[in-house]
Design a protein around this ligand. Sequence first.
Ligand SMILES: *Cc1c(COP(=O)(O)O)cnc(C)c1O
Length: 435
Amino acid sequence: MDRIGYEDGTLRVEGLSVGELAGKFGTPLFIYSKKELLSRLERMKQAFSAVGPTICFAVKSLSNIHILTDLAAAGCGFDIVSGGELYRVREAGADMRSVVYAGVGKTDRELSEAIGAGVGLFNVESEEELAVLETIAQERGARVEAALRINPDIDPGTHDFISTGKKETKFGIDIDRAFAVFDAVKNSPSVHLCGIHFYLGSGGHSAEPYAEAARTGVDLVCRLRSRGHELRYLDLGGGFGNDYLSGESPAIEEYASAIVPHIKGTGLRLILEPGKSIAANSGILVGRVLFRKQGGSKTFIILDAGMNDLIRPPLYGAFHFIWPAEAAEDQIPLRMEERMDLPGLEKVDVVGPICESSDFFAKERYLPHLERGDLLAIFSAGAYGSAMSSNYNSRGLLPEVLVDGNEAVLIRRRQDYEDLLGLERLSGNNCIGKN
Ligand SMILES: *Cc1c(COP(=O)(O)O)cnc(C)c1O
């Protein structure tokens, strides 16, 4: 908690207090620190500098166009997974050569648009997709570079829903099929299959699976090269742990020292696709307490923010550190970790207003006493917060604010009631079978 942290009992994002920001832009509200985002990108570049990595920010984790524009201006590449994300990074002025396109289900239209846009690398996930990519590239008279997503059968030890590198997932193809796939397109004039892509899944708490993936990858590259294939890229994906709970995740430097020795001297270009390790701790979600309520022996703190704004706790059982925007000095924890030993805490469930019992942010959490009107910050909400939010319960999407030093800029306005009906107000003839 450097750029997002407490000063004299007041939570600040860079130079501005959360109270001021909530007063100006209303709640609930997403707030991001520009310096935190950019310094995390820079720190990753530095950590891997021995192999000159191409860092491709995972757009799906935080996709606001203004943030993508800032990252592009800082020389960041992008990992995209849809035509919509392709559109975003083009609008953000990305260097398309540093864009990798991943995803198990790319449509013909998406592939065609990505080829037209000059996307640098296609991460192909099946033999059928490779054949379709080849056909479309040929039709467009293009030659594209592609990497094969291989399932390394490595378990990063995370939640089942976010672990993707084990054999029984829908992602990638089995490693023993790789040779046949490379051989099949060896002389293709339109697709140059010249990379290996691994993605272990999100939120690992150890660097060791990455060392293993780098070893496995380089070994596979050597064997492919000895069969006459030209290999240029090793893409180790994202999923680097983020400190949702302080101290649990390795620092990015630890990942680097696990990975870099395997890559150095291979002539391979290392690609990384970080999402939450850049974005998560660069943003918070701020909600206001609507009500306190007693239910049996439990105390509920009901916020104006809900699971439609941040779905990670119910979806993945994710932990988010939560603390009031104003607290007594002796109630400020030094790190983002659960504390029960500070004075005057009470055990509460922090929940939202949505008509679902899974609408919660924290259960049985010790927090300073909260009253109606108090502001509560949900930390590490920069990644997969706004990006996964929805209009469920006809709640408008939240405003997003980007803080840079002593300035804050609204980078997305709050959706209003009429916005919610926008796509449903139709004119003209939209029927079939009716006259
Ligand atoms: C989601 C995703 C990422 C980013 O994952 P994080 O856990 O946010 O770092 C990177 N690459 C691919 C292919 C992904 O699907």
